[in-house]
Ligand binder design. Structure first.
Ligand code: ZN
Length: 139
């Protein structure tokens, strides 16, 4: 459980991260802030590419920054857009790799906190590493 002071901090950091968005094609600027288990917060912005399929969402940029710095558990995610859009399916799956089902996902618009979900509300019945059959035949 995160306190309201941390909620406010994540909201502000996600909104601030939008300014680093590279979105010349969609012009849909997104910022994210991720609270990791260590207590550190990592931010990210969406990064698009002229080869559209190579574009990466802000949430995944922030989570990958955290993981590549050694973090393995995330405790909360805030996602900021102009209109309070919710994370795409790919980002929900990546969140579930490192966050628990009851992890708060804070949806932020230009005015501030708009909605607050648990991850398992956004991604019920998530596929996880425990679904992999490690003892099955190789191949
Ligand atoms: Zn996404």
């Amino acid at each position: 459980m995160i306190d309201e002071r941390m909620v406010s901090e994540l909201v502000e950091l996600a909104q601030g991260a939008r300014s680093n968005s590279y979105a010349p094609y969609s012009r849909y600027r997104v910022g994210a802030a991720v609270l990791a288990e260590s207590g550190k917060v990592y931010t990210g912005a969406n990064v698009e590419n002229s080869s559209y399929g190579l574009s990466v969402c802000a949430e995944r940029v922030a989570i990958w920054k955290a993981v590549s710095e050694g973090e393995r558990r995330i405790l909360a995610v805030a996602v900021a857009t102009e209109n309070g859009g919710t994370p795409c399916g790919a980002c929900r799956q990546v969140m579930s790799e490192f966050g628990s089902g009851d992890m708060p996902v804070l949806i932020v618009d230009a005015d501030g906190l708009k909605q607050r979900f648990r991850l398992d509300e956004l991604l019920p019945e998530a596929f996880s590493g425990s679904d992999l059959l490690h003892d099955s035949e190789p191949g």
